[in-house]
Design a protein around this ligand. Structure first.
Ligand code: PMP
Ligand code: GLN
Length: 381
């Protein structure tokens, strides 16, 4: 039987490739983004308790109402915006799914979607599988900021959506006030949607405020804002997240969602509802991760790698032009095989495969893991 591929240009994701290579070569895995330390014991106990209490059957398609109410309360506390838990929030099996569902909800064949590169690897295939066209704009070196003049030039009547990701994977860049102002100016009076991928919402450093689209009710009207519990609560394997939008857009989002997964893991939602009610559960995350960033950065000063700043997420980019002329994929593979440290080559975040001799490290690891990895990297001369 012959399948006409819907994604003919797509292979296995770089995260899967590098993690498999790390396992094969017993390397320390600073590639794929996931923690190697235990998640909060209290949250584990809450899931256990929820299962024992009998929360083992389907929750409503929109998500467990207790969790949606806890999210609405958190949004009010952090961003001072009223979001209706009944009509504006849907719990999803992870952030990736929320993004895919939002795109599938609005995109028609031939629509254009503005995507900034380097871009998280699911964005372009998610747009293309819907018959829409990714319009790619490179972030500006060296700080990976958005060139809004470039955005203005690319906007036309076919532009259906602009995709944002702050804090950014892989660059660690974050949106600033002037970005929001430019964005507002750009979309004002148009029918352009915004997809804001905020899965690293709480992982932002140096007291920089997270400029969530949820702060701006006028922008939220045209937005799908996507989150991941896995990323912020150190449980990526749980695959649980949520999407927030206007009630009207959410009504359409749910039409797609209800025939794809219908509803998500019940005990985890019940547990998170209780966990989220405690503000420290998320207010402590930024300093927890900043401590890891600083520790890793300090250690890396002993190597020949050149750091680029990370203001958020749990990633930091490093350039290796002092070390090698190899392309970034070859270099990352050799680093895994010969030195036992796996990373992600940043060319994987460009459709063109553009190589800027930069690799991404994940620092969401135990300090001893980071230390062992850097000891190995110091051997590179
Ligand atoms: N967006 C970005 C930028 C990410 O790094 C991730 C993490 N994989 C996701 C979305 C998806 O998160 P999840 O694992 O909850 O699907
Ligand atoms: N978001 C994670 C990363 O960037 C990986 C998730 C995945 O493997 N798809 O490393």
């Amino acid at each position: 039987m012959h399948i006409r591929s819907k994604l003919p240009d797509v292979g296995t994701t770089i995260f899967t490739v590098m993690s498999a290579l790390a396992t094969e070569h017993h390397a320390i895995n600073l590639g794929q983004g996931f923690p190697d330390y235990q998640m909060d014991e209290e949250l584990i106990a809450l899931v256990n308790a929820a299962m024992k209490k009998g929360f083992n059957q389907y929750v409503p398609m929109q998500g467990y109402i207790g969790l949606r109410e806890a999210i609405a309360a958190k949004i009010q506390f952090l961003y001072k915006t009223d979001v209706n838990a009944q009509t504006q929030i849907t719990i999803t099996p992870g952030g990736t799914y929320a993004i895919y569902t939002a795109l599938t909800t609005v995109l028609q064949p031939g629509d254009e979607v503005i995507i900034f590169e380097p871009a998280y690897d699911s964005y372009i295939p998610n747009v293309e599988i819907n018959g829409a066209i990714p319009v790619l704009i490179g972030l500006r070196a060296p700080d990976y900021s958005i060139d809004w003049n470039e955005v203005r030039k690319k906007i036309n009547p076919r532009t259906k959506m602009i995709m944002l990701n702050s804090p950014n994977n892989p660059t660690g860049a974050v949106l600033r006030e002037h970005d929001i102002e430019q964005l507002r100016e750009m979309v004002d009076g148009t029918n352009i949607f915004i997809l804001s991928d905020e899965v690293y919402e709480h992982l932002i450093f140096d007291n920089i405020p997270h400029l969530s689209i949820l702060r701006y009710p006028d922008l939220l009207q045209r937005s799908f804002v996507c989150f991941s519990f896995g990323k912020v609560y150190h449980c990526t394997g749980w695959k649980l997240g949520y999407c927030v939008s206007s009630a009207e857009a959410m009504n359409e989002f749910r039409k797609v969602h209800q025939f794809n997964c219908f509803s998500c893991n019940s005990p985890a939602q019940v547990a998170l509802a209780e966990f989220l009610a405690r503000e420290e559960s998320y207010l402590s995350l930024a300093s927890f991760m900043q401590d890891k960033r600083d520790y890793f950065h300090q250690l890396m000063l002993q190597t020949k790698f050149t750091s680029l700043p990370s203001y958020g997420s749990y990633f930091q980019l490093y350039q290796y032009n002092n070390i090698s002329n190899e392309n970034d994929k070859e270099f990352a593979i050799r680093l895994t095989k010969e030195y036992g440290v796996a990373t992600i080559p940043v060319s994987a975040f460009y459709k063109s495969g553009m190589d800027s001799k930069t690799i991404r490290f994940c620092f969401a690891k135990k300090k001893e893991t980071l230390q062992s990895a850097v000891e190995r990297l110091m051997k590179i001369r």
